[in-house]
Design a binder for this molecule. Structure first.
Ligand code: CAA
Ligand code: NAD
Length: 284
C-alpha cells in the first residue's frame, strides 16, 4: 500500500518531531492537537529545528519553506483524519485517552487507513480492539528526539496483518529510520530495558545514595551514556516515565517494576521535567 497522506495526532515533543521528519521525507502531513495554540506551538518548534539546520547549512531556506508548507494544521479531528493513508497517534500515555481516540479515528478515517500508535508501553492489541479494523492497527514507536534517533520499534498487535506490518516497515525506512520488529508485551523492548534503569536511578536519589548530578555523572562517565538517567528522565517527561512504570508493574505484576515514590511525588507536584521547567533539574 502506498502512503502519501500522513496524519499526526498530538503536537507535543514526539508528535511534532514525527510530523517534521514525515514532511522532510516528502509526505503531506496534517497535524492535530486538542487546541489550536498547541498545534501552533508544535509548528514553532519544528520551524526552530529547521532554522538550526539552515544555520548549519544542512538544508537551504527553500528546503525549510518546502517542509513547512507540507505540514497543515488540522484544528478538528475530522479534518485531520478524513483523507489520511496513515495516522500516527502521539497523545498522552493513557489507555482511556488512546482507546477513545482510536474509536473516533476508526469512524472518520478512510477504510484503507492504517492507525498507528507511538505509545511507549501500552498494549497495541487493546488499542486495536477499540476499532473495527484491528488488522490495520500497529505500534510505530519513535525515539526522542525523533529527528536524531534512528530507531523505530514496530509492534505487532495480535491481529496486525503482514501487509500492514510491511507497509509500516517500509514507511519507517522512507523516513530514514531503522525499523525493528517487536511483539506486543508491556514496554516492548525499549522501555522494558530502559525504564527500570531510570526508575532505579531515581531510587538511588530517594534513598540518599547520591545526588542527581552524581548519579548522572556516574552513568555518563562510567558507562558512556550520552545523558545521565535523570537528565534523560527529565527529557522524556516524568509523567511519561511514571505511566510506563505503571504499565510494566500492572502488566507483569512483578515488584521489580514498582515506580519509585519520589517519581510519583514529582509528578503529583507538576514537576514533569524539561517540558514543565522543573524535574530533577531546573530549566530556564
Ligand atoms: N530535536 C532535534 N534535533 C536535536 C534535538 C532535538 N530536541 N536535540 C539535539 N538535536 C540535534 C542537534 O541539532 C545536533 O544536530 P547535528 O549533529 O546535526 O548538529 C545533534 O542532535 C547533537 O546535538 P548536540 O550536539 O546539541 O547534543 P548532544 O551531542 O548531547 O546530543 C542527544 C543530544 C542526541 C539528545 C543526545 O544527548 C542523546 O542521544 N541523548 C539520549 C537520547 C535517548 O536516549 N533517547 C531515547 C529516549 S527513550 C524514548 O524515546 C522512548 C520512550 O518511549 C520514552
Ligand atoms: P507531550 O506531553 O509532549 O505531548 C502530548 C500531546 O498530546 C499534548 O500536546 C496534548 O495536548 C496532546 N493530546 C492529549 N490528548 C489528546 C487528544 N485526545 N487529541 C489530540 N491531542 C491530544 O508528550 P510526548 O512526550 O510527545 O508523548 C506522546 C506519546 O509518545 C506518549 O504516548 C508517549 O508515551 C510516547 N513517547 C514519548 C517519548 C518521550 O521521550 N517523551 C518517546 C517515545 C514515545
Amino acid at each position: 500500500m502506498s502512503i502519501q497522506r500522513f496524519t499526526v495526532i498530538g503536537a507535543g515533543q514526539m508528535g511534532s518531531g514525527i510530523a517534521q521528519v514525515a514532511a522532510q521525507s516528502g509526505f503531506e502531513v496534517r497535524l492535530h492537537d486538542v487546541k489550536e495554540e498547541l498545534i501552533r506551538k508544535g509548528l514553532a518548534g519544528i520551524e526552530k529545528n529547521l532554522n538550526r539546520q539552515v544555520s548549519k547549512e544542512r538544508i537551504s531556506e527553500a528546503d525549510r519553506d518546502g517542509v513547512l508548507s507540507r505540514i497543515q494544521p488540522a484544528v478538528t479531528l475530522e479534518e485531520a483524519a478524513n483523507e489520511a493513508d496513515i495516522v500516527v497517534e502521539a497523545v498522552v500515555e493513557n489507555m482511556e485517552v488512546k482507546t477513545s481516540l482510536f474509536r473516533r479515528l476508526d469512524g472518520m478515517c478512510p477504510t484503507h487507513a492504517i492507525l498507528a500508535s507511538n505509545t511507549s508501553s501500552l498494549p497495541i492489541t487493546e488499542i486495536a480492539a477499540a476499532t473495527q479494523r484491528p488488522e490495520q492497527v500497529i505500534g510505530m514507536h519513535f525515539m526522542n528526539p525523533v529527528p536524531v534517533m534512528k530507531l523505530v520499534e514496530v509492534i505487532r498487535g495480535l491481529a496486525t496483518s503482514d501487509a500492514v506490518y510491511k507497509t509500516v516497515e517500509e514507511l519507517a525506512r522512507a523516513m530514514g529510520k531503522t525499523p525493528v520488529e517487536v511483539n506486543d508485551f508491556p514496554g516492548f523492548v525499549s522501555n522494558r530495558v530502559l525504564m527500570p534503569m531510570i526508575n532505579e536511578a531515581i531510587y538511588t536519589v530517594y534513598e540518599g545514595v547520591a545526588t542527581p548530578e552524581a548519579v548522572d555523572e556516574v552513568m555518563k562517565l562510567g558507562m558512556n551514556h550520552p545523558m545521565g538517567p535523570l537528565t534523560l528522565a527529565d527529557f522524556i517527561g516524568l509523567d511519561t516515565c511514571l505511566y510506563i512504570m505503571e504499565t510494566l508493574y500492572e502488566g507483569f505484576g512483578d515488584s521489580k517494576y514498582r515506580p519509585c515514590p519520589l517519581l510519583r511525588k514529582y509528578v503529583k507536584a507538576g514537576w514533569l521535567g524539561k517540558k514543565s521547567g522543573r524535574g530533577f533539574y531546573v530549566y530556564e
